[in-house]
Design a protein around this ligand. Structure first.
Ligand SMILES: [Cu+2]
Length: 477
């Protein structure tokens, strides 16, 4: 633990050393002060100068938060107030190439654009409801006046379709928060966005790069585009509105200190796991965690309605998965298969129909007719276990189609095998951020997964040049 904390605190001495005594004493006024005698940076590693903070800065020396695949919400200053216009509306979006979804979002984005502001700011949100039903906005975790809290019926009238409401308050906190609909069922249509508040004086050790990610889950039947907000089984898992491999990788330079902020608004908790590194959970939905309370981990459970900030030193070069570790959340289009598997005499308890496989069924929810649906039981229906005859690599399949058994000598040994979920689509999701990834990478990156790329400076700069050569719309100039 001692060495772990030393690892976490690496860089504190650097900040104090380069910024001088005045800043060092100022830090002791901070809610999460460094210990009186911070450990020195380990020998052999040159201290990261404070100027190394990457990308645009929102405050001097403070990295702006990067929200891959999601824009920032623009604002304008009116008499010292930061004013945001928010349209709540239907948004047609795409989880992966070809998978179009009719969701609800803010200002044309699902999740909504990230709000990035500073503690002490006075903010005003002019919210226009373009939905076909009432709406109310909640500022999750923020200590706002009661009539600004967005509880329909309790603190305000719901905003009718076509109506608008103005929220205004002063930000008294810092950390990772979010905004979302407080009308029943609307969260599961996509109505959530990041609300990041920087402290006026940065937490230490400072991070070189800062990222924000919204976790969402969706139930969308095959050949449908509208999420089923009633369902409790989900077949699409997204990070910032994209499912792997369409999630844009997180790019960092080797040796940088990195923060990733994660918020979750869905029906499941997500254990987010980072490969190749240990990190420290430095923030929750309630704000900054005291430095003396951080513990090493490589998986953090981000529960429903929670936020977690993690920080780590990206000292292990390579391309690393960062993902929810629930097995079904690492896949796309989790739905009952069409064809023999979902019909009678297949190997698994079968839903009978795609609708039943998504938990939509007729009759009583606990009736025997509903129980064979996928994911609900292995009881009723399990007696129908059979070898699967429709799998492409299955020996049974080959024989069943009148040909020789295919090339898998053990195919057919296990019911349901092979599952054959590896689908390579590198070219469909290529973008500057994927430059240099190993061929076939997209086959193993699905669902609630993205890639943290710890790059040497040359490759990092090369990718930045590729991005600069590309228009904002992704079309090469
Ligand atoms: Cu998950």
């Amino acid at each position: 633990m001692q060495s772990s904390r030393r690892h976490f605190l690496r860089g504190v001495a650097t900040v104090v050393g380069t910024a001088g005594a005045a800043r060092a004493s100022a830090q002791h006024e901070h809610p999460t002060p460094a210990p009186p005698q911070p450990p020195r940076a380990p020998a052999g590693r040159p201290p990261t100068p404070i100027e190394a903070i990457g990308g645009p800065q929102i405050l001097p020396g403070v990295a702006e938060v990067i929200t891959p695949d999601v824009p920032k919400m623009p604002w304008r200053l009116e008499n010292g107030v930061k004013v945001f216009d928010i349209a709540v509306e239907h948004v047609r979006t795409e989880f992966i190439p070809g998978r179009v979804v009719d969701a609800w979002g803010f200002n044309g984005s699902v999740p909504g654009p990230a709000i990035e502001v500073v503690e002490g700011d006075r903010v005003r949100f002019v919210v226009e409801n373009r939905l076909p039903e009432p709406f109310s906005m909640h500022w999750h975790g923020l200590e706002v006046p009661n009539d600004m809290d967005g509880m329909p019926g309790i603190s305000q009238d719901a905003i009718p379709p076509g109506g608008s409401f103005t929220y205004e308050f002063t930000l008294r906190q810092n950390g990772t928060f979010f905004y979302h609909s407080h009308m029943a069922m609307q969260e599961m249509m996509g109505l959530i966005g990041l609300f990041i508040i920087h402290p006026q004086r940065p937490h230490t050790p400072r991070v070189d790069r800062d990222f924000g990610i919204v976790l969402q889950e969706w139930a969308i039947l095959p050949n449908n585009t509208v999420p089923n907000s009633l369902a409790m089984e989900f077949n699409w898992l997204t990070m910032n509105g994209k499912a792997g491999p369409a999630t844009t990788p997180i790019l960092v330079k080797r040796g940088e200190r990195v923060r990733i902020r994660i918020v979750n608004l869905g029906m499941d908790h997500h254990p987010m796991h980072l490969h190749g590194h240990q990190f420290y959970v430095t923030g929750s939905e309630g704000g900054r965690i005291r430095t003396t309370a951080v513990e090493p981990a490589n998986t953090v459970l981000v529960g429903v309605a929670q936020a977690r900030d993690i920080e780590f030193v990206a000292d292990n070069p390579g391309d690393w998965h960062f993902h929810c570790h629930l097995p079904h959340h690492m896949m796309n289009q989790m739905a009952s298969m069409v064809g023999p598997l979902m019909m009678s005499h297949a190997n698994m308890p079968r839903p009978g129909t795609a609708e039943a496989g998504m938990g939509i069924h007729e009759g009583a929810a606990l009736g025997s007719a509903a129980s064979p649906a996928f994911g609900r039981t292995i009881g009723l229906g399990a007696e129908t276990d059979r070898l699967v005859a429709n799998m492409p690599m299955s020996a049974v399949a080959g024989a069943a189609q009148g040909g020789p058994p295919s090339g898998m000598p053990n195919a057919g040994m296990f019911p349901g095998y092979p599952q054959d979920m590896f689908m390579v689509m590198d070219d469909l999701v290529t973008k500057p951020e994927t430059y240099g990834l190993r061929r076939g990478w997209s086959g193993g990156t699905m669902g609630m997964m993205t890639i943290v790329r710890v790059l040497d400076p040359e490759l990092f700069d090369k990718i930045q040049a590729l991005k600069a050569a590309q228009g904002a719309d992704g079309v090469p100039r």
